[in-house]
Design a binder for this molecule. Structure first.
Ligand code: IPM
Ligand code: MG
Length: 364
């Protein structure tokens, strides 16, 4: 099984190195993996003149799965849109057809008091955000802009991005959500999908709501509710455990998944899977490149390590190895080990590499 490893910018290389340690440990136990590295993001722009060089795209397309760190670097914020580091991840999603982004928000019992919400509000939280990833205003047309020659908007008259969704795009993401809710129901969850929209204002999301309702006819065993995005943002901090599976568009999903991440104590804990129709996928932490702490060895590698576990489960057919990693993460948390983002009185604060080593040791 071939894995394309794309560390990217900021803390990306540090956290990916720890996930790779974990994978290499599983290799030593007999798992067959071939890891191949590629340049991506601001680094790739600096070395190759493009945030997503041809060679990297080729590598990603040929691989069984992609393990991705993060992209984004303020040094490149003034570049034209198509050269910015963020275009690397957007280009990978589009080119590999990775339309289904699964962002589970799961609270480890050990971190109940690390959340900014009261422990009783979040204890036992286990929800899944299904974010559509290759449509919406992210990939709108035309990207009409009038810029001055230096790339800035000074003196420009307007800027716009269009929001659109096609029926098949909504149908396939709704199906992923209903199937996920069905599978979760079998495992004891309520079996409910909350479709988040802004149908009261936007035509795109009235259409979204109608199509999701149509698809629901095939899933009578799953409950469907609709919620406006502003209300959903509020309910997520008011009573997050009322949710089971949330399905929403690219933009709302981006925002709500950051919010949901914080419920679990730290965005440094949340993995994600981005899957295409063949279930090939890209796996990345839900957080970004965190340039403010890059290179300091303090970033939390657990979201990336847990993303590697999702990769083993969803794309590589190795659910047992995935569970082994998830248990090891739980073990180190129980041992009281914490990176700075989740540190609390009475716990032991460790750096990125020490956390990775601890997970490897806990694999047993
Ligand atoms: C995410 C990130 C990306 C997004 C950025 C880096 C383009 O915020 O994966 O959530 O907006 O999708
Ligand atoms: Mg985001």
């Amino acid at each position: 099984m071939k894995i394309a490893v794309l560390p990217g910018d900021g803390i990306g290389p540090e956290i990916v190195a720890e996930a790779v340690k974990v994978l290499q440990r599983l290799e030593a136990d007999g798992l067959r993996l071939t890891l191949e590295w590629g340049a991506v993001g601001g680094n790739a722009y600096a070395s190759h003149g493009s945030p997503l060089p041809e060679a990297t795209l080729k590598l990603a397309k040929a691989a069984d799965a992609v393990l991705f760190g993060a992209v984004g670097d303020p040094r490149f914020d003034t570049l034209d849109r198509h050269l910015r580091p963020e275009q690397a991840i957007l280009g990978l999603r589009k080119n590999l057809g990775l339309f289904a982004n699964l962002r589970p928000a799961l609270l480890y019992a050990e971190l109940a008091s690390a959340s900014s919400l009261k422990p009783e509000i979040v204890a036992g939280l286990d929800i899944l955000i299904v974010r559509e990833l290759t449509g919406d205003i992210y990939f709108g047309q035309p990207r009409g802009r009038r810029k001055s020659p230096d790339g800035a908007f000074q003196g420009a008259d307007e800027a716009f991005d269009t929001m659109r969704y096609s029926r098949p795009e909504i149908e396939r993401i709704a199906e992923v959500a209903f199937q996920a809710a069905r599978a979760r129901k079998a495992a004891g969850h309520p079996g409910k999908v909350t479709s988040v929209d802004k149908a009261n204002v936007l035509e795109t999301f009235q259409f979204w709501k109608d199509v999701v309702t149509e698809v629901h006819a095939q899933y009578p065993d799953v409950q469907l509710e609709h919620m406006y995005v502003d209300n959903a943002a509020m309910q997520l901090v008011r009573e997050p455990k009322k949710f089971d599976v949330i399905v929403t568009g690219n933009m709302f999903g981006d925002i709500l998944s950051d919010e949901a991440a914080m419920l679990t104590g730290s965005i440094g804990m949340l993995p994600s899977a981005s899957l295409n129709a063949e279930r090939r996928g890209l796996y990345e932490p839900s957080h970004g490149s965190a340039p403010d702490i890059a290179g300091k060895g303090v970033a939390n590698p657990l979201a990336t390590i847990l993303s590697a576990a999702m990769m083993l489960r969803y794309s590589l057919g190795e659910p047992e190895a995935a569970t082994r990693i998830e248990r090891a993460v739980q073990t180190v948390l129980r041992q009281g080990m914490r990176t700075a983002d989740i540190a609390e009185p009475g716990t032991r604060t460790v750096g990125t590499a020490a956390m990775g080593d601890a997970v490897v040791a806990a694999l047993g």
